[in-house]
Design a protein around this ligand. Structure first.
Ligand code: DON
Length: 579
């Protein structure tokens, strides 16, 4: 600051930029924040957030308007969703963030949960040595060491431009002031509360209902314990979660319920910055998540296979198209089962799996109109959970962030940490069942993805960024267990091979094949009798489902560089907000 002894002309010269800024701030029109609900698209020139609800997208957009960058906004959205979207938004789970900076630098943050130190490959067997789905998916043993808070802190250290407390504060307010239940949220929570009651998780019943009576749509839902936990994270960063009161409460619940996470597990948890998996498709750059997610690898592998077919000529969602894409899915999911796991523990031939040469070999195995065969062997089929959440952020400079994070199943383990108000994941169920365990239902015991101390369980989450000739093209991702990989594949194909407009990219009906079980599942909207019977003639088994995914995405309009936010029309509360 100029001192009082500064000569007057010099003082004026130094004050000019300050006065100019004050004038600009005083006179500038406040930015027009706009939003689009499910079924609409948002077109804005600066920054945008697309997520599963309006509260969280608004929190992110506020950060952007104040000059925060896309990573800042993504962190604020992630904490907000931990309050407003308890089925998957979390601080007790984990996930992945993919970042592309305005100058094209790409990186990823891996905050996947880790196996506690007391883990071992046989941990999902009961006293009689039999595999127990109950232990693997619905017990205190199913809880992995959470990664979200450490992941957000690491991303903030690397890219943050807004103070940490400012990014956590909105979530504190949402939890303490409360939110008004939407119909969708109230339905979802009512289902969870009855499961929580059934399992005797009293702290969860208290957190998610009024003495066991679920909140109705329109009622105010406050989460005071969660607000206090978020305050500790706001004030102390990762130490507010991995140490002190939050850690004590978490470990006490583990001891009470027969879990194995200790103070040491929390203390040593580290999120990791990793290189992305990058591939090319028809001139586009595809930037995805590497292990411990299988997503980026499988998507690049399938795109490499499909690049050798004339997809335009085959025709979008024609029987021949579904056949060729499903065959690429079959081949990639076979390799996923055979090879993919946490590369800190297992050798994974990533270079080969993502190479154009290997894709050529695989492409040669695809018959033009006869379904391939999935040999029943070493693959885990397991329970397919239906909740995770994805959100997308682009800021005014063009920094892009894709985040997919989860508790694994909807509401994770359903265990709320008493006094801390947050749900714990059941991510340990993403490890293989146990060594050598193979049965008719498809459980397997291949080595790479067995539970071991500190290993991260294999994921399908696929936050993805597209670019072309150095320019950002879009931010994509979705929940949906193994269908995640195939939903993102189809979003990429819709935008690149078929040049669809953003709304159509998301609306287009989706299908899925995961090698085993050997069948195509497709959204009911696309399952015409003609399509199904032609695919069956080719030798495919075809089943239908209501919906596949919730892919809240943002695409760039190449002409105007506008950010076009598309909340997935399949999700009633999904919202994009921007300016
Ligand atoms: O990491 C994974 O792949 C799974 N735990 C994700 C689960 C999921 O997407 C459930 N969602 N809809």
């Amino acid at each position: 600051m100029p001192s009082l002894s500064t000569p007057v002309p010099e003082l004026l010269r130094r004050l000019v930029p300050v006065l100019a800024l004050l004038l600009a701030v005083g006179c500038a029109e406040p930015p027009q924040i706009r939003s689009a609900s499910s079924g609409e698209t948002l077109t804005v020139q600066n920054g945008a957030v697309a997520s599963t609800d309006a509260w969280s997208s608004q929190v992110g957009a506020d950060v952007l308007v104040e000059g925060g960058n896309a990573v800042d906004a993504a962190i604020a959205v992630g904490f907000a969703l931990a309050v407003t979207h308890p089925s998957a938004g979390n601080i007790g789970g984990g996930g992945f963030m993919v970042v592309r900076t305005p100058d094209g630098e790409t990186t990823t943050f891996d905050f996947r949960e880790k196996a506690p130190l007391a883990s071992h490959p046989e941990m999902f067997l009961d006293e009689g040595g039999e595999f127990s789905a109950e232990v693997r998916h619905r017990s205190h043993i199913s809880v992995g060491v959470p990664g979200t808070v450490a992941g957000f802190e690491l991303a903030h250290e690397r890219f943050g431009s807004t103070g940490w407390a400012r990014l956590v504060e909105p979530s504190v307010q949402l939890a303490s002031d409360g939110i008004e239940m939407t119909a969708d949220l109230s339905n979802s929570i009512a289902g969870a509360v009855s499961r929580m009651e059934g399992r005797g998780y009293q702290a969860s019943v208290e957190a998610f209902s009024r003495d066991g009576v679920p909140y109705e749509a329109g009622e105010l839902w406050q989460q005071p314990d969660l607000a206090r936990t978020l305050e500790r994270i706001r004030d102390e960063g990762r130490d507010g979660f991995y140490r002190g009161e939050t850690a004590d409460l978490l470990v006490a619940e583990m001891e009470r319920g027969g879990g194995i996470i200790t103070h040491e597990d929390l203390e040593i948890y580290q999120a990791v910055e990793r290189a992305p998996i990058e591939g090319t498709f028809l001139g586009y750059d595809v930037i995805g998540m590497g292990p411990p997610s299988s997503g980026g690898t499988a998507i690049v592998q399938m795109l490499n296979i499909l690049e050798g077919f004339d997809l335009q000529a085959i025709g979008h969602n024609s029987p021949e198209y579904v056949h060729h894409v499903a065959e690429a899915m079959r081949l990639a999911f076979r390799d996923r089962a055979a090879h993919l796991a946490d590369t800190d523990f297992a050798e994974v031939p990533l270079d080969r799996l993502t190479s154009k040469e290997y894709a050529e070999e695989l492409r040669a195995r695809i018959h033009p109109d006869v379904a391939g065969v999935s040999e029943v062997s070493d693959i885990e089929l397991g329970v397919e959970a239906v909740e995770t959440t994805h959100y997308s952020v682009i800021d005014s400079d063009g920094m892009a962030v894709a985040v997919t994070y989860t508790l694994e199943g909807g509401y994770g383990s359903h265990i709320t940490v008493p006094g801390a108000g947050f749900l714990l994941n059941n991510e340990m169920g993403d490890f293989n069942a146990g060594p050598g365990i193979t049965d008719e239902s498809g459980l397997i015991g291949t080595e790479p993805n067995l539970a071991r101390p500190e290993q991260r369980m294999l994921s399908s989450m696929s936050p993805t960024i597209l670019a072309r000739d150095g320019e950002l093209v879009g931010v994509l991702g979705t929940p949906g267990g193994r269908t995640i990989i195939n939903t993102v594949l189809q979003l990429v194909l819709n935008r690149t091979a078929f040049q669809m407009d953003p709304a159509s990219v998301l609306q287009g009906p989706r299908f899925h094949h995961q090698w085993l079980p050997d069948r195509i599942t497709m959204e009911r909207d696309m399952a015409t009798p003609e399509l199904m019977s032609r695919l069956e003639e080719m030798g495919h088994t075809v089943e239908t489902r209501t919906r596949q995914g919730a892919a809240h995405s943002i695409l760039i309009d190449p002409e105007t560089e506008a950010r076009v936010g598309v909340p997935d029309p399949r999700i009633p509360d999904a919202t994009a907000v921007g300016y």
